[in-house]
Design a protein around this ligand. Structure first.
Ligand SMILES: Cc1cc2nc3c(=O)[nH]c(=O)nc-3n(C[C@H](O)[C@H](O)[C@H](O)COP(=O)(O)OP(=O)(O)OC[C@H]3O[C@@H](n4cnc5c(N)ncnc54)[C@H](O)[C@@H]3O)c2cc1C
Length: 457
């Protein structure tokens, strides 16, 4: 029986549960592999994100021998209508796809299911992008965990680490007349984007040889490259967490890495239970905190976006984001803390900027990574814990290598001096900007605003 497969955030062939089920039904026949593409949404993305999606689709298309059918999907309904037309074209009665959990994807799959059902076609949603499907981990009383550590303990017992092997040799992938071709990026990218399933597996292999065994010690060092760089592959589904978890043992380094994989799953679970927290406060009282708005706030936001705040660690991170579409986790926390607690801007401003640029953009990890740092999320690092961007730089980039790599204006400063250009006469001789705010003053201001909030509630 010919079936339709709808690729979503699972742009791979191996270890793909929904595709595995599709191949069982379509044995010795055809699968029509489709992907919904919204060109209006794509146009809004920055170059790096455009290129990273295009590269993922190109490599998937190649592994399907050129038979990936990209369908126009200007809205969920347009996608549903086109999937229906494909089913009618090839006389398919089943559409397989991975179950997605972020609010927009949930809405889309509901529209697709309804449209197909109305014509007697079933949408089978199988598996997820997680080792444990969001909504599964529960306390003994059946409610969900709101704190990470107990979630992790329960998740660890359920986490699936057995990859699914798929034999696609008996399957032919079929072209549809509705295919519009692989999209072309309309904006330039400052960096060559590498993507795809094979690249993801190579990345995992390199990481396991090079850095996994010292992950517990090196992961916070921005200058060392001690993390996996698998986030792009996980966000696009070029690799499943099962394939990653399979290679881990019980050593401390591997356990710390497993816990990071679980943070992604925790945030997906939290967003599943509280979908409004995609753009809204998890801790609602922080909505009432006094934030800055207006011209000066916008100017400061622009300086933050451009990596021109005058704080080297913040600026290096923001310039890494602009030039690579990725940022080290520790630095993401530093720049996020700076935006909320030094510039007094709402976390949503920063989250939207990250969304436009991060090639690993993930709705749950982004919204909740921001809210965690802003002090209004789950397990909130308390609001009064305010990162000192200078001390953080000295600790997590002790020789200044990370800062010099992304800030040419500081390359003439040796060692840790790059973190404190104000301490030397030639610190600003290459045009590095002066600090736009004074950290100690703004720290006190943040604490005063917190006190104000406490008094008013
Ligand atoms: C403000 C902020 C925004 C963020 N936005 C995103 C986002 O849009 N997309 C995204 O994938 N991650 C996001 N993160 C989490 C984290 O920064 C990245 O996952 C990590 O930097 C990716 O690099 P890596 O693959 O080398 O990570 P590794 O350290 O190698 O970790 C392996 C994997 O575990 C997961 N992971 C690690 N740390 C976290 C974390 N703190 N929260 C959730 N998952 C984690 C990721 O999937 C990552 O690929 C954000 C963090 C913060 C503080």
């Amino acid at each position: 029986m010919t079936v339709v497969y709808w690729f979503r955030k699972d742009l791979r062939l191996q270890d793909n549960q929904a595709l595995f089920e599709a191949t069982k039904v379509a044995k010795d026949t055809n699968i029509v592999a489709c992907f919904g593409f919204n060109s209006a949404w794509f146009e809004l993305l920055e170059g790096i994100r455009q290129h990273s999606l295009v590269e993922s689709l190109k490599t998937l298309d190649k592994s399907l021998d050129g038979n990936l059918n990209v369908l126009a999907a200007e809205s969920s309904q347009a996608l549903a209508d086109n999937l229906l037309k494909v089913c009618q074209e090839v006389n398919a009665k089943l559409v397989f796809a991975m179950n997605c959990f972020d609010p927009e994807a949930v809405r889309t799959q509901a529209v697709v299911a309804k449209t197909l059902n109305a014509s007697g076609i079933e949408l089978k949603l199988i598996g997820s992008a997680y080792a444990v499907q969001p909504g599964t981990v529960a306390k003994p009383d059946g409610t969900n965990y709101r704190v990470y550590t107990p979630f992790y303990k329960a998740w660890r017992l359920l986490a699936d680490s057995q990859p699914i092997k798929i034999n696609t040799s008996s399957i032919s992938f079929q072209k549809s007349k509705l295919a519009i071709g692989i999209p072309v990026a309309t904006k330039p990218t400052p960096v060559k984007v590498l993507a795809g399933e094979a690249f993801a597996l190579r990345t995992l292999e390199r990481f396991s040889k090079r850095a996994l065994d010292s992950y517990d010690e090196d992961r916070n060092r921005a200058d060392l490259g001690g993390t996996s760089h698998l986030s792009h592959a996980l966000a696009h589904g070029e690799i499943h967490p099962r394939t990653i978890l399979e290679i881990l043992n019980d050593s401390p380094a591997h356990e710390v890495f497993r816990k990071e994989i679980a943070w992604r799953e925790f945030y997906a679970d939290v967003l599943h239970h509280y979908p409004h927290t995609l753009n809204d406060y998890y801790e609602p009282r922080f909505k009432k905190l006094r934030y800055d708005t207006g011209k000066q706030a916008e100017q400061r936001f622009k300086a933050w976006q451009e990596g021109k705040t005058g704080y080297p660690m913040v600026d290096a991170g923001m310039r890494q984001l602009l030039s690579e579409g990725w940022m080290h986790n520790r630095v993401r926390m530093i720049v996020a803390s700076f935006l909320v607690k030094d510039l007094h801007l709402e976390w949503t401003w920063g989250a939207a900027h990250f969304e436009s640029l991060l090639s690993d953009f993930d709705p749950a990890s982004n919204s909740h990574g921001w809210q965690w740092t802003a002090g209004c999320g789950t397990d909130a690092s308390p609001y009064y814990r305010i990162f000192n961007p200078i001390l953080q730089g000295l600790k997590f980039d002790p020789n200044g290598d990370y800062v010099r790599k992304y800030i040419p204006e500081l390359r003439h400063l040796d060692g840790a001096l790059a973190h404190e250009p104000w301490t030397t006469l030639e610190g600003y001789s290459n045009g590095y900007p002066q600090q736009i705010v004074d950290h100690n003053t703004e720290r006190n201001e943040s604490l005063a605003r917190l006190e104000e909030l406490k008094q008013s509630s």
